[in-house]
Design a protein around this ligand. Structure first.
Ligand SMILES: [Zn+2]
Ligand SMILES: [Zn+2]
Length: 335
């Protein structure tokens, strides 16, 4: 899909030129759509067919799925023809462009990027450094009309914040990939993925955080398997079409979650409001974070409201419930 097509869909959705989100609600004609943007099938190293995989997500309350096999684009037309006769569920085409860089001293970087709705299969480009290889892949993905997200930056400790910042023309990355081998939490002196995110945002780079399953295993389950249902995005737009979903992701009109459900996210230039859907007897802690990864405020109210002072640079929010499940709210920019 070409970006020109996306431009036509922009008018339906919610982010104005000033970066303000308008209120979500029935009257706005907008809905939240639940989806996973990173899934494997037998077309690479997954254990199940695209049909079985898509059906798992449909039957577990998702609205859409992006099938992203390694260096392979699965044809999703047949799947969508089947689902069109049932409840609304959409399969988007995708590819995990799977590249790598091995340095002269033997270091290994896994350079994996998801292309959502590419026009064609994008082969890994290769290159003379991590940044050069990633940039060549990003350029090829953009040329194929795809939306790009950079995957699991801490897998093999492949990226520093400086390397991520040096690559241009992408603005989605996986802040939470739920494959068991990807080191989201950092450690041993390496930053966690949220710290990488804050480093990019502090440099003034527009970057949105995606949560995904990176699911491979639908037949066996356990902490050592890459199972479905662990991390997803909730995308806010007017209709369940590939154009609307891609366009909303592109604008950052979504939040990411491992379980917390949000009903409203609103930024009017003066305050950022986050309203949780309260479940059972859970308690919520909302941290508002700004420049340098600094915690600006912690709120326990619902809705949680942060009033902008003007010198934050950006404000994003992390909502954690009393069972440790998280929602990541995308950044907004202050003056
Ligand atoms: Zn990967
Ligand atoms: Zn993957």
């Amino acid at each position: 899909m070409k970006r020109l097509l996306l431009a036509a869909a922009l008018s339906y959705c919610t982010l104005s030129a000033s970066g303000m989100l308008r209120a979500y609600g029935e009257e706005s004609g907008l809905r939240w759509y639940k989806g996973n943007t990173h899934t494997h099938t037998v077309n690479s190293d997954g254990d199940s067919s695209p049909d079985v995989v898509a059906r798992w997500y449909k039957e577990h309350g998702y609205n859409f799925l992006v099938v992203t096999d390694h260096n392979f684009v699965t044809d999703v037309q047949g799947l969508n023809a089947v689902f069109a006769a049932e409840d609304r569920f959409l399969v988007l085409s995708g590819e995990e462009v799977t590249d790598s860089y091995e340095g002269p001293e033997g270091g290994y970087a896994a350079i994996h990027l998801n292309a959502i709705e590419p026009d064609h299969v994008i082969p890994p480009a290769g290159g003379a450094s991590v940044v050069e290889t990633t940039q060549a892949d990003v350029d090829a993905m953009n040329a194929a009309g795809a939306l790009v997200h950079l995957n699991h930056p801490n897998f093999h400790w492949s990226y520093s914040a400086g390397q991520m910042a040096a690559v241009k023309n992408y603005h989605l990355f996986e802040v939470a990939n739920f494959h068991p081998a990807v080191n989201n939490a950092g450690g041993g002196g390496y930053p966690c993925t949220e710290a990488l995110w804050d480093s990019l945002l502090t440099r003034g780079i527009r970057m949105y955080g995606v949560a995904s399953d990176d699911a491979h295993h639908f037949k066996e389950s356990g902490p050592e398997y890459a199972n479905p249902g662990r991390g997803w995005v909730m995308v806010r737009c007017a209709a369940l079409t590939a154009e609307e979903i891609v366009s909303a992701l592109d604008r950052g009109d979504f939040y990411s979650s491992s379980g917390v459900v949000l009903e409203e996210i609103r930024f009017d230039g003066k305050s950022l409001t986050v309203r949780m859907k309260e479940e059972r007897n859970l308690k919520y802690t909302v941290s508002f974070i700004g420049k340098g990864g600094k915690t600006l405020a912690v709120a326990y109210d619902n809705p949680a409201v942060y009033v902008v002072k003007g010198d934050e640079g950006y404000v994003r929010a992390r909502v954690v419930d009393s069972n440790g499940r998280t929602a990541w709210v995308q950044p907004v920019w202050t003056k």
